[in-house]
Design a protein around this ligand. Structure first.
Ligand code: NDP
Ligand code: GDR
Length: 370
């Protein structure tokens, strides 16, 4: 039985990866932060009572900013594979918390690599580092592949740049099996609510059901290469099963604007959306509903641009070239953009149906601040 340690197990990717590794017969250890409320929603279905004798998933309190705790957990668990997914992963928030982001996302990776070296596990333990298409930042060339130069555009991306290179350096200096997966945006029903896709699918479901009036967004023109997180965790695992450690781009090769993601999502609940114009300097109401299966007023404006969501420096265009992954890892995504949007919309419609019952019963429905 192989043993894996997943940092960030309570996040979107951590949850799907834990499920995948358990299905492959792994013993899975997860690093979890202490929080004032339960924070294991995404993995509760995998929970096993620690009082039972034979468990194959165990959570450990820890934090990427705490070396001694990382060393202890790695020593206790002796993992064959470490998936370093933990991070302050929100690009916009990293402008507000740059020092913490550098500590967790940059130095956190160093702490794990050093722990493995200190514990003499360099030959045993393989490491996956969650690198990102944000490294490409300001467009140098498209589509972006393993050889495209980096130009990070946020404190998050700069911290991840350090993590990328320290992973490469430890591989070369100490012969460690340490790899970067340069993953383009990937989404799912488990995506955090403040990332743009999930914000849109939640709002589309809620507006269609009469639970919300308007969706406030920032830059509608940025383009992202969006895939499904389920496909991407499969790639992470494949990267660590190779004979030699290498870095891989994981992407769909299709890019879409935020604007089009809005249209696709609302279309899933029978609402046609028309934008009034183009250009990121637009403020105020920008899109209206032109046709709806629900009892929505036609012409009602439901998308609004709020400049608070603009970033000081933006990444305008991401489109990945995953040829190497397809050839060497045999990685082929099962989802495309349409099936991704369908999966997310179905889940959010289901989620908010509950709120409509409450509303019909005369209860107050909370507004969500995103
Ligand atoms: P999430 O934000 O959903 O999850 C992040 C996880 O990291 C959570 O479990 C969070 O814990 C944990 N975490 C945050 N800070 C710390 C810390 N200081 N110590 C320990 N744990 C911490 O991210 P995703 O699942 O979407 O992404 C996984 C990784 O992949 C991240 O590193 C992200 O930067 C990277 N990435 C993501 C992409 C994407 O499109 N999703 C694309 C490319 C890279 P808690 O639940 O307590 O908040
Ligand atoms: P990103 O994802 O920054 O690409 O990072 P996010 O969904 O936050 O933004 C994508 C694009 O949408 C624009 N946008 C908005 N974004 C948010 N969050 N909220 C809004 O209201 C909004 N309106 C427009 C953004 O400006 C941006 O251009 C994600 C994270 O998962 C990172 O951890 C990961 O490394 C990268 O993807 C690849």
């Amino acid at each position: 039985m192989k043993t894996a340690l997943i940092t960030g197990i309570t996040g979107q990717d951590g949850a799907y990866l834990a499920e995948l590794l358990l299905s492959k017969g792994y013993m899975v250890h997860g690093l979890k932060r202490r929080s004032s409320m339960f924070n294991t929603d995404r993995i509760d279905h995998l929970y096993q009572d620690p009082h039972e004798k034979h468990i194959n998933m165990k959570l450990h309190y820890g934090d990427l900013t705490d070396s001694t705790n990382l060393i202890r957990i790695i020593q206790e668990t002796q993992p064959d594979e470490i998936y370093n997914l933990a991070a302050m992963s929100h690009v916009k928030v990293s402008f507000d918390t740059p020092e913490y982001t550098a500590n967790a996302d940059g130095l956190g990776t160093l702490r794990i690599l050093e722990a493995i070296r200190i514990l003499g596990l360099t030959e045993k333990t393989r490491i996956y580092q969650a690198s990102t298409s944000e490294l490409y930042g300001l467009v140098q060339a498209v589509p972006q592949s393993e050889t495209t130069p980096f130009y990070p555009r946020s404190p998050y991306a700069v911290a991840k740049l350090y993590a990328y290179w320290i992973t490469v350096n430890y591989r070369e200096a100490y012969n460690m099996f340490a790899c970067n997966g340069i993953l383009f945006n990937h989404e799912s029903p488990l995506r955090g609510e403040t990332f743009v896709t999930r914000k849109i699918t939640r709002a589309a479901a809620r507006i269609a059901m009469g639970l919300q009036q308007c969706l406030y967004l920032g830059n509608l023109d940025s383009r992202r290469d969006w895939g499904h997180a389920k496909d991407y965790v499969e790639a992470m695992w494949r990267i660590l099963q190779q004979d030699t450690p290498e870095d891989f781009v994981i992407a769909t090769g299709v890019t879409t604007t935020v604007r089009d993601f809005v249209k696709l999502s609302f279309a899933e609940v029978g609402m046609e959306i028309e934008f009034k114009g183009e250009g990121i300097e637009e403020k105020g109401y920008v899109a209206a509903c032109t046709n709806s299966e629900y009892q929505l007023e036609i012409g009602k404006e439901i998308v609004c641009v709020d400049a608070n969501y603009f970033r000081p420096t933006e990444v305008d265009l991401l489109i990945g070239d995953a040829t190497k992954s397809k050839e060497k890892l045999g990685w082929v995504p099962k989802y495309d953009l349409k099936t991704l949007v369908q999966d997310m919309m179905q889940a959010d419609v289901e989620l908010f149906r509950r709120d409509t019952y409450l509303k019909d019963g005369g209860h107050r429905i909370l507004n969500y601040h995103e």
